[in-house]
Design a protein around this ligand. Structure first.
Ligand code: ZN
Ligand code: ZN
Ligand code: ZN
Length: 283
């Protein structure tokens, strides 16, 4: 069995093996919801899934006529989706502990992946769902670029923001907090100076969650849809922007993988970026 926990620890669940399927998803809905460049899910029959705690704190957002997304109402971590009608439960792999007994088998929705992300592993790539998997697909409309700015929004679109100028750095972080916050293999965080950043709508429904006991670690999400959003730290003068929340190309690639010592056992790094066990020196 593998236990899953949201970032704040309120929503807990258990997935019993053997896990039937595991896949990375690059669809625009997953990217928005997780704030990551891609999501990674495991799927099992419903009988192998069990809520352990916090089910009443799970919020659900109808992301389309035929789809729903769920998240922890306190910290915004993506929560599992249980679909008895097709006897499947889908759980975000970034929140699961331990050896899953399975590795990702494919990339799906590669046709709608972020244009600035390159897949470097050898797994099969599917434009939409893998063959034989018949389900409706939902793709968000593209957002027009604005010269000199990078644009972003949440999954439901009620929250939007713009950032002027170039990022200061972009990092792939594999620490357990980032994995739980993004419910993904790793976070890709785009850093800006706070004054470059501006909410253009919906700031009043942005929830801020600061991890108790952590010096800096905090996250933000849309209260309505659970989409991960930038967190503006006024004390540090920094805007930390989840790459998946961006609608347009930030114009900078990730510089390194950090905290690779705590990376997910099922995730293999296949690009050539520098890797640091924890933080890079002089960071
Ligand atoms: Zn939580
Ligand atoms: Zn997806
Ligand atoms: Zn939203």
């Amino acid at each position: 069995m593998n236990r899953g926990d949201c970032l704040c620890g309120t929503v807990c669940y258990q997935v019993d093996g053997p896990i039937a399927m595991m896949s990375h998803c690059h669809c625009s809905m997953c990217r928005k919801h997780h704030g990551a460049l891609f999501a990674s899910f495991v799927a099992t029959p419903v009988s192998q899934f069990r809520w352990l705690a916090g089910e009443r704190d799970v919020r659900t957002f109808p992301s389309s006529n035929n789809g729903k997304r769920s998240f922890c109402g306190i910290c915004g971590s993506v929560a599992p989706i249980v679909l008895p009608e097709i006897d499947m439960a889908f759980a975000p792999a970034g929140n699961l502990e331990g050896d899953l007994g399975i590795k990702p088998q494919s990339h799906m929705f590669v046709g709608s992946k972020a244009s600035w992300y390159t897949i470097t592993d050898d797994l099969p790539q599917h434009d939409k769902y893998p063959p034989g998997f018949d389900a409706p697909d939902n793709v968000r409309p593209a957002v027009n670029a604005k010269a000199g700015f990078v644009l972003g929004s949440c999954l439901c679109g009620d929250v939007a923001f713009e950032i002027e100028g170039a990022p200061t750095r972009v990092m792939n972080c594999h620490c357990s907090r980032c994995r739980r916050a993004r419910s993904a293999a790793h976070a890709t965080n785009v850093f800006y100076r706070a004054e470059q950043f501006r909410w253009t709508r919906g700031q009043e429904i942005v929830a801020d969650y600061k991890l108790p006991g952590a010096r800096f670690f905090a996250t933000a999400f849309c209260r309505r849809c659970g989409g991960e959003l930038p967190r503006i730290s006024t004390e540090r003068g920094v805007a930390v922007v989840p790459a998946g929340s961006l609608d347009t190309d930030p114009g900078m690639q990730p510089m390194a993988h950090i905290f690779v010592e705590s990376r997910a056992s099922w995730f293999e790094i296949t690009d050539r970026l520098p890797q640091f066990a924890e933080m890079p020196p002089h960071n």
